[in-house]
Design a protein around this ligand. Structure first.
Ligand code: PRX
Length: 650
């Protein structure tokens, strides 16, 4: 398709009705389902739960005492049992559960039977290391099979996992371990990234200089001779040694629905990242049902979510959602451009991937690389495409539909968050006529509204704040060890509803269009970073007096980080300082938080009460006419900054 045709499509505002093949045989093809679920929320979710295994059935589906929900109260289940044993018992022992593609090209397929053996063994290893029901286990691993094995092993014995993305720095890892008070850490000697080694164990050694709760460390040998590591006697143990001696039998423990399944840290508007709590029963039902209906899962599908398991997308749609459904899930260790820019498409071809779930940033990158890379590979196995993480621009949607999906695959644009645990706004591929760029409608049973400042629903096509008006099973149960923040962050902006932090509008046909964050959270390539975190990292450097961080529009990443920095007396601004400060942020948080731009400012624009006006900084960085400056203590400050910025930007 030529660029001109794409432009015509965009102007035409074409809609995409469900293909006939989906209408004929989809898992969920009943239009009434939205009404049914709205009328009887509890009955709706109970029917989904009944498809899963419970050691003891629940007494009550939902106990809703705003802002705390309990789901499947009194029920006992185990998500590891539901992801593994249920399928082994149901005739899928030899079906591929996880297909793993390693970066250097090695591969491993774990059947459901293999998974039961490996997970049971590692559950026994954890027990032997003193891990008990209710304990927290930190996991800092690359995208290797040991990662889901470790998660499922924790779930099997009722310990909560806390996966920390392998791209986080030693300091970020330390903070998360300490907040979670984790007892054991699971890591690897290193990971592969574009042929280089990510020194995970070195980061761990640095992190563990200040983590009093960690008693034992389990180390997977991934890179081996390529990067020898230090093993600390008594604390560090090789994974393969422990596994060699572990018994392959470990029954899954019946857990109460509301027992903690995991903690996952995510950025907020203030303070350090917060530990989002997800529990067993509701999360299991929510990820199971959304996975099945949104991705129209059939027994022979090969599903590939390209996210990292370090983020919620990987938790819910690489591990728990697919495995709860007995599906085949692909995981890939490396990046899309190594050894060449057709790697993703080579993986689709090699394994016959039928459903792919990726992020708009990735799609925009593929667009930039050009159509010759997908064209080199046979993508005819694909039948459904998904996207998540940030708003998708219609151009990227159309490109994805045309060049990856061959014009025949619906695109499900799915909106959700770490906190929501499961997809909440999304098409259903057999029911929804798609509009490129719109996440379309709330999933059945989900209540979403758009409010104005005063908390009233806005009219069609008016922008406002996206709120959630009804509880859903996979919703977060709180912020770990910080109940006040839970209430303040999510339930205080508007009484009685959950505040998402996102802007949205609904068009005249009732379609939702997500407009990005409305708070101090930046979404870089689909990864959430708090402006406050980056500012703290910058002022931690002795050269910096003050810093203000904003998100600026970026062609590929969606948003990029820009920092305005005031240096201390005697410090010299210049390229060297810029580099040094960028590196400092990487050391404090990780490469994902590296600022794209750093601009030195003699002073930052502040109100008379001393508040930095980020809105004006955004105007400066995006080259707009300055907004209202009347509340500034000194309007000249921002004028100077604007002049400087324009000069530097050329
Ligand atoms: O701003 C929204 C954006 O990502 C945020 C949640 O980030 P995180 O908790 O890291 O989870 C990301 C993956 C679930 C949301 O507040 N977001 C996520 N999906 C979409 C989206 N924005 C627009 N469209 C989406 N489909």
């Amino acid at each position: 398709m030529s660029d001109r045709t794409i432009e015509a499509l965009l102007r035409e505002e074409r809609t995409f009705p469900p293909p006939a093949s989906f209408q004929r045989s989809a898992v969920m093809g009943d239009k009434q389902i939205y009404d049914t679920a709205a009328r009887d929320l509890e009955g709706f979710w109970a029917r989904a739960a009944e498809e899963l295994h419970w050691f003891k059935k629940w007494d009550k589906v939902l106990d809703w005492k705003l802002p705390y929900a309990k789901w499947f109260v009194g029920g006992q289940t185990n998500i590891s049992y539901n992801c593994i044993d249920r399928h082994v018992a149901g005739g899928r022992r030899t079906k591929a559960a996880i297909i793993w593609e390693g970066e250097p090209g090695d591969q491993r397929v774990l059947t459901y039977g293999d998974l039961r053996r490996e997970v049971s063994k590692f559950a026994n290893v954890l027990k032997q290391l003193g891990v008990r029901r209710g304990d927290r286990v930190a996991i800092y691993l690359p995208m290797i099979p040991e990662l889901p094995i470790a998660m499922l092993a924790c779930a099997r014995i009722g310990a909560a996992h806390n996966v920390v993305f392998g791209g986080f720095s030693a300091e970020a890892l330390r903070d998360r371990i300490n907040d979670a008070q984790a007892k054991v850490l699971i890591t690897a000697d290193g990971g592969w990234r574009r042929g280089n080694i990510v020194p995970l164990k070195r980061n761990v050694d640095e992190a563990l200089t200040g983590t009093p709760t960690i008693e034992n460390v389990v180390v997977v040998k991934r890179v081996g001779e390529a990067a020898p590591i230090h093993i600390k006697e008594g604390r560090d143990h090789w994974w393969h040694r422990l596994m060699a001696e572990a018994s392959p039998v470990c029954e899954a423990v019946p857990l109460d629905s509301e027992e903690m399944l995991y903690l996952l840290y995510t950025s907020g508007t203030t303070g350090k990242p917060k530990g989002i709590i997800h529990t067993t029963g509701g999360y299991m039902v929510g990820t199971y049902q959304t996975m099945k209906w949104i991705f129209d899962l059939a027994p022979d599908d090969v599903f590939w979510c390209t996210a990292d398991i370090g983020w919620v997308t990987g938790h819910s749609y690489i591990v728990y959602g697919p495995l709860a459904n007995g599906a085949t899930t692909v995981m890939y260790e490396g990046t899309a451009d190594y050894p060449d820019k057709d790697r993703n498409w080579a993986i689709v071809e090699k394994y016959g991937v039928s459903i792919i779930y990726t992020a708009p940033t990735a799609i925009r990158t593929f667009m930039k690389w050009g159509t010759e890379f997908p064209a080199k590979r046979d993508l005819s196995s694909l039948r459904l495409l998904g996207t998540v993480g940030e708003p998708i621009n219609p151009e990227a949607w159309i490109w994805y539909h045309q060049y990856i999906g061959g014009g025949r695959c619906p695109v499900v644009d799915t909106w959700w968050q770490t906190e929501t645990g499961m997809i909440l706004i999304t098409p259903l591929p057999a029911l929804t006529t798609l509009k490129p760029g719109s996440a379309t409608h709330p999933f059945p049973g989900v209540g979403a509204e758009i409010f104005n400042e005063q908390g009233q629903p806005v009219k069609a096509n008016e922008g406002g704040y996206l709120v959630l008006t009804r509880p859903w099973p996979a919703m977060l149960r709180g912020i770990y060890r910080d109940p006040d923040r839970y209430v303040k962050q999510y339930w205080s902006r508007f009484p009685g509803v959950y505040f998402t932090g996102d802007g949205a509008k609904r068009d005249a046909d009732g379609y939702f269009w997500l407009l990005g964050r409305v708070d101090d959270v930046i979404n870089v390539s689909g990864h959430r970073i708090g402006t406050y975190e980056v500012e703290s990292a910058l002022v931690d450097n002795p050269a910096v007096a003050e810093a203000a961080v904003i998100g600026v529009t970026h062609d590929i990443k969606g948003q990029a980080i820009a920092a305005f920095v005031t240096l201390k007396e005697g410090q010299k601004p210049g390229p060297q300082m810029v580099e040094m400060l960028k590196e400092h942020v990487v050391k404090k948080i990780g490469a994902l938080a590296r600022p794209e731009q750093i601009l030195f400012a003699g002073e930052l624009p502040k109100t008379r009460s001393g508040k930095i006006m980020r809105r004006l900084l955004r105007d400066v960085a995006e080259g707009r006419v300055l907004g209202d400056t009347t509340t500034l203590a000194d309007p000249a400050v921002v004028e100077t900054l604007k002049a400087r910025y324009e000069e530097e930007a050329g």
